[in-house]
Design a protein around this ligand. Sequence first.
Ligand SMILES: [Zn+2]
Length: 75
Amino acid sequence: MAKAWIHPTYNNNVEVICICWNTFTVSSSVAWPIKVESCPACHPTYTGKKETKIVKWRIEKFLEKQKRIDAMQSK
Ligand SMILES: [Zn+2]
């Protein structure tokens, strides 16, 4: 006898939201949108690039800060 009551509801269109703003749908027992930090649109394995958009943005911010510090110290 199958224990139907122990199986969760299976949802076919669950939205996945990535931090790179890419969204896609998956099938899951979860009923709410899933938030992820990496997806096929931005992960280096799929894009072939060494760095992700987010990492690139962080490096740019760091270099910007470093430039400001250098400017302050040279005064
Ligand atoms: Zn992504």
